[in-house]
Design a protein. Structure first.
Length: 153
């Protein structure tokens, strides 16, 4: 199965930029046979339920996340600018609001129902910190119902 929708998780880090480049390459290859949608998503961690009033997210966090996802989408568009089939690639920026970044990515992939692959970066961590805390990429790999492609910094 060739993916038609690529979900790219970005936080603006060097690892995320590597994931954006990988997603652009993948979209360029896939678009030669049919249209491809690339969704570049940044997750804003919400504070949680406040006395039954819903979760709270600061507007400044949402604005920053919007800038990060738009920059990631622009990066992918720039990388695709030389691809002969770029016209069949739609790139969209999105801000997700979730209590946990990994969960937000998984929910978005499952909610759309058509996400065929998730592309994201990972930072190199070693030792007890990684064993105890885990990471966003590990959570997504464990919980996603579609393939997950990991890019390193």
């Amino acid at each position: 199965m060739i993916p038609q929708r690529i979900l790219v998780a970005t936080d603006g880090s060097p690892a995320a930029k590597a994931a954006e480049a990988l997603a652009a390459d993948l979209a360029g290859l896939m678009s030669q046979s049919r249209g491809v949608e690339v969704v570049v998503a940044t997750v804003v961690r919400n504070v949680g339920d406040v006395m039954g009033g819903g979760s709270i997210t600061k507007p400044t966090d949402m604005e920053e996340a919007g800038r990060i996802s738009q920059a990631g989408a622009g990066h992918i568009r720039d990388l695709l600018s030389e691809a002969p089939s770029r016209a069949s690639v739609k790139v969209e920026a999105k801000v997700l609001n979730a209590p946990d970044p990994g969960e937000g990515i998984v929910i978005e992939a499952h909610a759309a129902g058509t996400c065929s692959i998730i592309v994201m970066g990972t930072r190199t961590r070693r030792g007890v910190k990684e064993a105890v805390l885990g990471s966003v990429s590990q959570h997504v790999v464990r919980e996603a119902h579609c393939p997950v492609m990991i890019a390193r910094e």
